[in-house]
Design a protein around this ligand. Structure first.
Ligand code: TRP
Ligand code: SF4
Length: 327
């Protein structure tokens, strides 16, 4: 039986951190076996947040290298840039006409933005259209499965409704995609706030052992545990939240050691450092290997974009025909 088609994108907003790895990439790597996967760099979507992205070509290349270094495999998956696929934009223009303005204005991500900005002139049409472009990204490949985080569920619900409208008007051409939620807990930054570039609190895939050690040493712990002999509460500690993911086999020992002050925060952090460092090491090796082959990323993208182009053109041809653009 043919594999189901799966489509997902990641915005090109900068270096990838452990949140991307645990929340998205590990999931993508596993899904490659079971689905016909299309993974793309959502370059246009990145501009809905800010217009100035320093050295975008390098940002895109870095992201693709990072994907490959953790195990996204160009032999198994189609890897490409949204910005190389004009069919997404063509379909977006078409679908924008079957999307009631009210649906977009009620979308939670958009509503939050408008509420935060007293200055409405900074809210762009692109931001409002975000879900329509996202729908096009998926529909142009007739994507059936879309792995997303919980925050993206309202977008996907909109996608299904837009696609339903299209199909009822022009025939059953597109597929209603299903969301595939990843079950990974949210990783917070080293200061226990949301992991974000603007807080400078992330742990990146490209950390060296030295920078990684520094960041882990800076992580906030239980604020009540001031002296080495003070007992701590692991449940309020950022380090422990990371241990839940990276040291599941020694959790009880660590929690117990913290509560009885038999281990110090420094030792506790060293255990975590060793674990994360050991996880990153093979990624570093793979990255060095990829980066030593000049033109490799260009080749991967070229092949992916050629394949994506074939599939997208086929869908667009059906649509152009159904809508009467061809004669
Ligand atoms: N909005 C998604 C995010 O921020 C990125 C994205 C763009 C996407 N187009 C997509 C994800 C299509 C899945 C399918 O995470
Ligand atoms: Fe956190 Fe570990 Fe220190 Fe306990 S011992 S407060 S879990 S760093």
């Amino acid at each position: 039986m043919a594999k189901k088609r799966l489509v997902s994108g990641m915005r090109t907003t900068g270096s990838l951190h452990l949140g991307h790895l645990e929340g998205t990439l590990k999931n993508w790597v596993a899904l490659q076996e079971e689905y016909d996967c299309f993974f793309f760099a959502a370059v246009w979507h990145a501009f809905t947040d800010r217009l100035k992205i320093d050295d975008l070509p390098s940002v895109i290349k870095e992201i693709i290298v990072d994907w490959l270094s953790v195990g996204i495999d160009p032999e198994k998956s189609v890897i490409f840039r949204q910005s190389a696929m004009y069919q997404h934009a063509e379909l977006c223009t078409i679908l924008s006409n079957m999307t009631p303005l009210g649906w977009l204005e009620r979308c939670p991500t958009f509503k939050d933005q408008v509420r935060d900005d007293d200055n409405r002139s900074s809210v762009s049409l692109g931001k409002l259209m975000y879900p329509v472009l996202m729908t096009s990204d998926i529909a142009v490949y007739k994507g059936e499965m879309v792995p997303v985080g919980r925050d993206q569920l309202p977008h996907l619900e909109l996608s299904r409704e837009i696609i339903r409208r299209f199909n009822s008007q022009f025939g059953e051409i597109l597929k209603e995609p299903e969301a595939k939620l990843s079950s990974v807990p949210l990783l917070l930054g080293i200061d226990n706030r949301k992991m974000s570039k603007s807080y400078d609190n992330g742990i990146y895939l490209r950390e060296t052992p030295e920078t990684l050690k520094k960041k882990i040493q800076m992580m906030v712990t239980d604020p009540q545990r001031v002296r080495r002999n003070d007992p701590g509460d692991p449940e309020v500690c950022t380090v422990y939240a990371y241990h839940k993911i990276y040291t599941p086999d020694r959790l009880d020992e660590i929690a117990q050691g913290c509560r009885t002050a038999s281990i110090g925060c420094r030792d506790c952090k060293m255990i975590l450092f060793e674990r994360i460092n050991a996880m990153l090491e093979p990624f570093r090796e793979k990255r060095a290997q990829i980066e030593s082959k000049s033109g490799y990323i260009e080749d991967v993208l070229h092949a992916g974009e050629k394949r994506a182009h074939e599939v997208a053109e086929k869908t667009m041809h059906e649509i152009r025909k159904a809508m009467g653009f061809l004669f």
